[in-house]
Design a protein. Structure first.
Length: 434
C-alpha cells in the first residue's frame, strides 16, 4: 500500500513540472475553521440535577475493573512542499481488557496488515492539496489514486486546491479516520467478534466548529457542507453503537477555547457561594471556572477528583441546525472533571466528558467509572488515552517522515518543513523511548 502511494506521488510531482505554481498562501480563515467552539449565545447549558458537584474519593480509583471499554485516538500532521501539501493522519484503537491494538496505517497491530487495510479500505489517511494554476482534473487524468489518498473535500465538490484551507483538509482527514475506527468497532460488534460497554474517543463526541455557525455565504459554505457530511457520519455510527448497547463518550482535554459554564445558572450560584460575591460570571473559559472552584474546595489540604454535572447542551442556532434539517443537532450530556495528579499537589487535569443522551441513559455513572477504572495518577487523565495518544503520534510521525523524504527527492522543501522534519525526528525518538 505505501509503495503504491509513493509511486502515485512521484507520478503527480513529475507531471507538475510544467505547471505554474500558486505561490500565495491558501485561503486563511483560521478564525473560523481551526479548532474551537463558537456556541456562545446560540446554545443552552442546563443542569440536569440540583446537585452539580460531587467528590470521587481516592480509595475508589483503580479499584473498579468491571468496565469493558475501548479507546480511539487520532493524530495528524502537515507536510508543506512547493505546490504540494500533504495532510497525513493515523488512528489507534486500543482494547485494554484484551490487550489488543489496532492501528491504521498499521505499524503496531498483531493483526495481519492486509486485514486492516481491507477494513479501512475506503478511508483515506492522506490529503493531497495541489496549488497549481492549471486544471487539477486534467493533471490527475490517468493517475491511479488508491483509496489512501483524497484530493477532494468531503463536500465532494471542491478540490483541495490553493483556494481551500490546508488546516481544514488535515482536520477532515483525521476526523474521518477516527469515525472509520468507530465503524470498524461497530462491524466487529455486529459480527460478534468484540464486546465493549463503552467506547472512549479523544475529542468531542461530535464537533461544533465555528464555521458551522456562519451563514451560507462564500467562502464558508464549502466548509460547512464538508462538516455536514462528517458530523452526520459520526452521529450515525455513534447511534449504531448505542443500538447495540455500547455507549460512546468523548473526552475533550483542551478547554481554554470553550465558553459554556459561565452561562449556567447553577455554576454561577455555586461560584457566588464559594467566593462570596453577588452577580454573574463574565465570559471566561470553562477550565478557569473549574480550576478556581476546585482549588477553593480542597479539603484539609488534600485534593480529590471533582466531578461537575451532568449538564445538557442544546444548540438552537439556525445556521448550525440547518445542517441537520428537518431535525436539529442532537442534545449532548456533559460533565467536567478536575483530576489532581495526586492528593498532595496542585497540578491537575481538567477535562470535559460528553456523550449523546442515549449513552447517558444507558450508563448514568459512566464518568465515575471512566475515572475510577482508567485513571492515570501520573498525568491526571485516563491512562488509556495516554497510550493511544502516544501510539497515534508515533504512527503519524513515521508517515510524515516517510513521505517527507519522498517529496525531498523531487523538490526543494520550504525551510519551515525542514524544521518540522527535525522536530518530528526528535519527537519520535522521545515517543519511542530512545
Amino acid at each position: 500500500m505505501i509503495a503504491e502511494i509513493i509511486e502515485a506521488l512521484r507520478y503527480i510531482i513529475n507531471r507538475m513540472k510544467n505547471e505554474v505554481i500558486r505561490e500565495r498562501p491558501e485561503v486563511d480563515l483560521l478564525e473560523f475553521i481551526q479548532s474551537g467552539e463558537d456556541d456562545d449565545g446560540v446554545s443552552i447549558l442546563k443542569s440536569l440535577n440540583s446537585r452539580i458537584l460531587h467528590v470521587i474519593p481516592w480509595n475508589k480509583l483503580r479499584n473498579n475493573y468491571s468496565l469493558a471499554y475501548t479507546v480511539i485516538d487520532g493524530s495528524s500532521r502537515l507536510i508543506r512542499g512547493r505546490g504540494v501539501n500533504l495532510g497525513v493522519a493515523s488512528v489507534v484503537i486500543f482494547l485494554p481488557h484484551n490487550n489488543i491494538i489496532i492501528d491504521f496505517p498499521p505499524y503496531f497491530t498483531r493483526l495481519t496488515h492486509s486485514r486492516i487495510y481491507e477494513k479501512f479500505n475506503l478511508t483515506p489517511f492522506i490529503g493531497l492539496q495541489l496549488r497549481i494554476r492549471g486544471n487539477i482534473s486534467a493533471l490527475l487524468r490517468d493517475v491511479y489514486l488508491n483509496n489512501a489518498i483524497r484530493i477532494k473535500s468531503y463536500n465532494d465538490v471542491d478540490f483541495y486546491d490553493s483556494e481551500y484551507n490546508v488546516f481544514q483538509m488535515v482536520d477532515e482527514i483525521r476526523f474521518s479516520l477516527e469515525t472509520a475506527a468507530l465503524k470498524f468497532i461497530a462491524e466487529l460488534v455486529k459480527d460478534g467478534q468484540m464486546f465493549s460497554s463503552i467506547v472512549i474517543i479523544d475529542g468531542p463526541v461530535y464537533p461544533t466548529p465555528r464555521v458551522c455557525f456562519r451563514k451560507d455565504d462564500p467562502p464558508y459554505v464549502k466548509y460547512k457542507m464538508a462538516y455536514k457530511r462528517l458530523i452526520m457520519e459520526r452521529i450515525n455510527v455513534v447511534r449504531e453503537l448505542e443500538s447495540h448497547g455500547i455507549g460512546v463518550v468523548g473526552i475533550v482535554k483542551r478547554l481554554s477555547d470553550s465558553y459554556k459554564l459561565y452561562r449556567n445558572a447553577e455554576i454561577n450560584e455555586l461560584f457566588s457561594k464559594i467566593f462570596g460575591f453577588k452577580g454573574r460570571l463574565e465570559k471566561v473559559p470553562d477550565d478557569w471556572i473549574i480550576n478556581e472552584i476546585s482549588n477553593k474546595l480542597k479539603l484539609h489540604k488534600l485534593r480529590f477528583p471533582l466531578c461537575f454535572g451532568p449538564f445538557s447542551l442544546e444548540i438552537f442556532d439556525k445556521n448550525f441546525n440547518a445542517l441537520f434539517s428537518p431535525k436539529k443537532a442532537p442534545e449532548k450530556i456533559m460533565f467536567y472533571a478536575h483530576i489532581p495528579y495526586n492528593p498532595f499537589v496542585s497540578h491537575a487535569s481538567i477535562v470535559r466528558i460528553e456523550m449523546l443522551k442515549k449513552t447517558f441513559e444507558m450508563y448514568p455513572n459512566v464518568v465515575d467509572l471512566i475515572i475510577a477504572t482508567t485513571f492515570d495518577p501520573k498525568r491526571g487523565i485516563p491512562a488509556s488515552l495516554s497510550i493511544t495518544d502516544r501510539l497515534s503520534r508515533i504512527g503519524s510521525a513515521k508517515l510524515f517522515l516517510e513521505l517527507s523524504s519522498i517529496l525531498e527527492q523531487y523538490m526543494i522543501l520550504p525551510y519551515e518543513t525542514k524544521l518540522d522534519i527535525d522536530q518530528t525526528k526528535r519527537e519520535l525518538e522521545e515517543l519511542l523511548g530512545f
